[in-house]
Each structure stands twice: as structure tokens, then as C-alpha cells.
Design a protein around this ligand. Structure first.
Ligand code: DGL
Length: 272
């Protein structure tokens, strides 16, 4: 039986993947989306690899049980351990790092910055892949940001909180832009896409690569080529499951501009 009317799965450690939901809704408004955010354990980027893999496998299993037709790993940190999780799902999987690398290669400029969680930075997946696929002259400057994702997760819409986010953005980006002279920067954590306007305001000359946009484009192409686009003529809905606070998720969904959020459901967290 065709899976064309099954939802697209999107997962993240928290609300960062809302940046991916937003782009998918923009390009593919007819698709239903099933979202999982592991609010009980965010931020993932400061956990050891073993814990990140266990938490991610829990979410992959959830998605497989619900028969998503495609899974978008809207989390760069999980994308770095994806080979240890993929066996759990039978559908195709698109990941944020793959999307960010394509965006960086298309972005132009031979000095590319990548800001990400500490875990993603330590994995060095971005520099390795960009350098392997790019030109000889290309130099990649990767930076792990220990506090940024968590600050974004809990401070959207708060004046004082956003000032903290802005101070942290300066702390992390000033050196990359002013000392290393990067011309283009990959937002190597989906939470950062939620504050891309603030980043652009601080560094107007910097061109930003947002993996969320690239993921939505790849999804559109895949669904079309494989005859898997939803076709019952109505607009798609979003169902959100979270191990975090349902009320906070409802607020964040609204603040980040998600549309047609049908339901936000509490889900038990994996005990670690
Ligand atoms: N949004 C996630 C990413 O893209 C992870 C943030 C975190 O939980 O540390 O890496």
C-alpha cells in the first residue's frame, strides 16, 4: 500500500527542529508532519556520545512505530551519530549535516564558518565533509557553542532572554567573522536557525547557510520523484510529541510561526 498519505517525521532534541517544520510547511503545505522533541534531555550537545545515541534511538523507534514515510533528522548533533540509529527505521532518512554541507558548498566563498553544538564540533563531520567535497582553497572554521542552543530553546520572545542570546552570539561569532574573516557561516545547529534574523542583524555581510531550507528542498524533490506526495487536497497538520513541557512547546510553536498545529502530546522520557 502506498505511504503517500503517511506523515513526514521530524525530530530534534528540542524545539530546534521547528525551523525544519517551518520550511517544510512553506514548501509542502499539504504534508502532515509528526514531530518529536526530547525536551526532557535538551541540550544534547553537551552529553556524551553513548547518551546521545540512546536518546536518538528512542526517537527513531517512535517514528518507525508510527510509519512515517520519510524521516528528517532536524538535529545536527543526532546527524553526527546517524549511522548508529538508521537501522531502526525502514523509511529514507535525511539529515541536517548532509543538508548543511550541500548548502556550504553552494554558498560560495573560500572561508566557511560552522557554528554548532560542542558535540558536533568535536565530531568534525562538517569540516571533513565540506573539505572532502569542496575546492582545494576552501578553509573551514568550526566552533562549538556550549550554551547557545539551550538559551534559544528557553528564551524566544523574552526581551532579557534574547539579550542574553545576542551576547552569546557575539561571543561565538565575533572571532569567526572579525579574526578568521569567514564570508559564509553554516548554522550547524537547528536552534540557531530560529535566531537567524538576529545573527543577520549583527553581521549583515555574512551569508548564512540554513540546513532547514536545504532539507525541505531535498524532501520536496524526493517526494515528487518517488510519487509520494500527499494528495487528498487538504492542508497538512502538525502533531507534536514532547518529553518536555507541553505548554512551553505550544508557546514556542506559535512564536516560531508553525501553522495548523493540531495537537501537542506529552510523551514519557527515556530514563538515562
Ligand atoms: N538542535 C540541535 C542540533 O541541531 C541540538 C541542540 C542541543 O540539543 O544541544 O544540533
Amino acid at each position: 500500500m502506498s505511504k503517500r498519505n503517511n506523515p513526514v517525521g521530524i525530530l530534534d532534541s528540542g524545539i530546534g527542529g521547528f525551523s525544519v517544520v517551518r520550511q517544510v510547511q512553506r514548501l509542502l503545505p499539504e504534508e502532515d508532519i509528526l514531530y518529536f522533541g526530547d525536551g526532557a534531555h535538551v541540550p544534547y550537545g553537551n552529553h556524551p556520545e553513548k547518551t546521545i545515541v540512546a536518546l536518538s534511538r528512542y526517537m527513531f523507534e517512535f517514528m518507525e512505530q508510527r510509519q512515517v514515510k520519510v524521516l528528517l533528522v532536524g538535529c545536527n548533533t543526532i546527524s553526527c551519530v546517524i549511522e548508529q540509529c538508521k537501522d531502526l527505521v525502514s523509511c529514507p532518512v535525511f539529515n541536517a549535516v548532509q543538508a548543511g554541507v550541500s548548502g556550504a558548498l553552494a554558498g560560495g566563498g573560500d572561508r566557511v564558518g560552522v557554528i554548532s553544538t560542542v558535540f558536533t564540533h568535536h565530531c568534525q563531520t562538517y569540516p571533513r565533509q565540506i573539505q572532502a567535497q569542496g575546492s582545494q582553497e576552501l578553509r573551514v572554521f568550526s566552533r562549538g557553542c556550549p550554551n547557545l542552543a539551550n538559551l534559544v530553546e528557553h528564551n524566544l520572545g523574552s526581551g532579557a532572554g534574547m539579550s542574553q542570546v545576542e551576547a552569546e552570539l557575539r561571543r561565538e561569532l565575533d572571532e569567526l567573522v572579525k579574526t578568521e574573516g569567514v564570508q559564509c557561516c553554516v548554522l550547524g545547529c537547528t536552534h540557531y536557525s530560529l535566531v537567524s534574523d538576529q545573527i543577520q542583524k549583527l553581521y549583515p555581510q555574512l551569508s548564512l547557510v540554513d540546513p532547514a531550507q536545504e532539507m525541505a528542498r531535498s524532501l520536496r524533490e524526493y517526494l515528487k520523484e518517488n510519487d509520494l506526495s500527499r494528495e487528498d487536497g487538504r492542508k497538512g497538520q502538525v502533531t507534536i510529541y514532547t518529553t518536555g513541557d507541553v505548554k512551553e512547546y505550544a508557546l514556542r510553536a506559535e512564536q516560531t510561526g508553525l501553522e495548523r498545529v493540531e495537537q501537542i502530546v506529552a510523551y514519557p522520557a527515556l530514563e538515562i
